[in-house]
Ligand binder design. Structure first.
Ligand code: NAI
Ligand code: MG
Length: 496
């Protein structure tokens, strides 16, 4: 791992200094004047200072969003909004190399990964640009035989609060920005305290693309301050949240004050099921990266790797071999596959789970340690495999959010389904088999919002995804998502 010493570091003028809040089209410090450090998790260095927004700033941002919602923006036609989204698309695409660099420096994912997000982000913006006519009026068929005519109106819901996590802000902010701009809503975005830089830089680019003042506001700060104030705000009509299940529950409670619409995408403990007839040449790297991708910090990660007992030993040894080929290090190094965890807090949490797994009696067959030497200033953990895991163990039940896989043996399809569905989560699942009928039956029986067969992690923003059980509710991406940003109304006219 010593090649990380000689990295030719690309630069962005956005790194360094103090960043403000974007409220009503103006950048300004927090009302309290407070700031906090944001850190590069690969080195532990402070890379910028962020304004610490709290309730006062949220109040002002919501008021700015409300004014924008009621103002000129409400008269924009679907074509105007579509044209705007296409301009946004082009500005984001033009600046994507810088955004990828900022994301890597801020949350640690390798540059190879953050750069590759360009295609997905482009597709997401293009998808939302195609949805601007969702907020329209249609005549609805009625059975009143001529006397009444009914019009069904879909109108933007109003001010949207978006609270996003740190694991992929470059992607997750578009689940707020895209439908907001497509429908004519306005938004207050609260990025995660551990990774806010790309949301701030994107906000600058939105202004450059011509998004009117107040349509998108960004308030950085902590969950207990800015986040909680946004979730509880009486003039926010809808809140969209991605993050932990515990915080999701607090959002639901806070939303009750004004019964705001809520969309939640929470954790997962997704089963990834490998049958004995699977093609191991694709199943081994596929299942490994289903957990290790983004250093395990992905809500859909296939962390419970269910392997048919007859191939367990062969599979685990191939998985170990593959894990050893992965290079962990500073994401600026083009040869690196896995970056650090996002923060000291996440590092401690993941190491604690590794400890718990060992104490619960799972067999730690590879990895398990924090990386030292050149990497000791960052928050790096080795890709880690626990074999012989029992689904009752905490490492099989709780979201770890690190590069840690639990291999759980199963006997047959019924056994696999019993284990797969024995979880409080239901975000995703994977199946590796060469049998079409096994794939078809299993994909119907797993209780989860997305199932991948002989692949893992594919996602089309025009199709979207959602969760069963405690993985949340509402759909992200696809026309259903856009509909969630609309109120429906019917007008009956007595014209007989
Ligand atoms: P978190 O859910 O607390 O943070 C996510 C966002 O919510 C951040 O912007 C945070 O500032 C905000 N927030 C926190 N408390 C809030 C409150 N009371 N009201 C409103 N907003 C609030 O997650 P955290 O602490 O960063 O990570 C802990 C664990 O959560 C991870 O280890 C992982 O298991 C899970 N997680 C899951 C994610 C997913 O995509 N499903 C993403 C991030 C974390
Ligand atoms: Mg950071």
């Amino acid at each position: 791992m010593d090649a990380t010493q000689k990295i030719d570091i690309p630069r962005s003028d956005f790194i360094g200094g103090s960043k403000g809040l974007l409220i009503g089209g103006k950048w300004r410090p927090s009302a309290s004047g407070k700031e906090f450090d944001t850190v590069n998790p690969a080195t532990g260095e402070v890379i910028a200072r962020l304004a610490e927004g709290d309730k006062t700033d949220i109040d002002e941002a919501v008021a700015a969003a409300r004014r924008a919602f009621e103002g000129e923006w409400s008269r924009w036609t679907p074509y105007d909004r579509q044209r705007l989204l296409l301009r946004v698309h082009d500005v984001i695409e033009k600046n994507f190399d810088e955004l990828a660099l900022l994301e890597t420096l801020d949350m640690g994912a390798p540059l190879s990964r953050t750069k590759a997000l360009k295609t997905f982000v482009s597709q997401a913006i293009l998808f939302y640009a195609s949805q601007t006519r969702a907020a329209t009026t249609e005549s609805a068929p009625t059975s009143f035989a001529g006397q009444f005519t009914a019009l069904k109106i879909k109108a933007p819901v109003g001010v949207v609060g978006g609270i996003i996590p740190w694991n992929a802000p470059l992607v997750s902010q578009w689940w707020i920005l895209g439908p907001t701009l497509a429908t004519g809503c306005t938004a207050v975005l609260k990025p995660a305290e551990d990774a806010s830089l790309t949301a701030l830089r994107v906000a600058e680019l939105l202004l450059e693309a011509g998004v009117p003042d107040g349509v998108v506001n960004v308030v950085t700060g902590f969950g207990t301050g800015a986040g909680a104030a946004l979730a509880a705000h009486p003039d926010v009509d809808r809140v969209a949240f991605t993050g932990s299940t515990e915080t999701g529950r607090k959002i639901v409670e806070a939303s009750a004050g004004n019964m705001k619409r809520v969309q939640l995408e929470l954790g997962g403990k997704s089963p990834d099921i490998v049958f004995a007839d699977a093609d191991l040449d694709i199943a081994v790297p596929g299942a490994a990266m289903a957990v290790y991708g983004n250093s395990g910090q992905i809500c859909t990660a296939g962390t419970r790797l269910l392997v048919q007992r007859s191939i367990q030993d062969e599979f685990v040894s191939k998985l170990q071999e593959f894990s050893q080929t992965l290079r962990v290090g500073n994401g600026l190094d083009p040869l690196v596959n896995l970056g650090p965890l996002v923060s000291r807090k996440q590092l401690d949490r993941v190491l604690e789970y590794i400890d718990i797994g060992a104490r619960e009696g799972a067999s730690l067959t590879s990895g398990g340690k924090r990386l030292a030497g050149d990497l000791e200033a960052g928050y790096f953990v080795e890709p880690t495999i626990f074999a012989g895991v029992n689904n009752d163990m905490r490492i099989a039940r709780e979201e770890i959010f690190g590069p840690v896989v639990s291999v759980i043996p199963f006997d047959d399809a019924d056994d696999a389904i019993r284990i797969a569905n024995d979880t409080t989560y239901g975000l995703a699942g994977g199946i590796w088999t060469q049998s079409l009928s096994t794939a078809h039956q299993m994909s119907q029986r797993i209780k989860a919002g997305t199932i991948w067969v002989n692949c893992y992690g594919a996602l089309d923003p025009g199709v979207g995804f959602g969760g069963y059980k405690m993985s949340g509710y509402g759909w992200k991406g696809g026309p259903e998502h856009v509909n969630g940003f609309l109120y429906e109304k019917v007008v009956y006219m007595n014209i007989g």
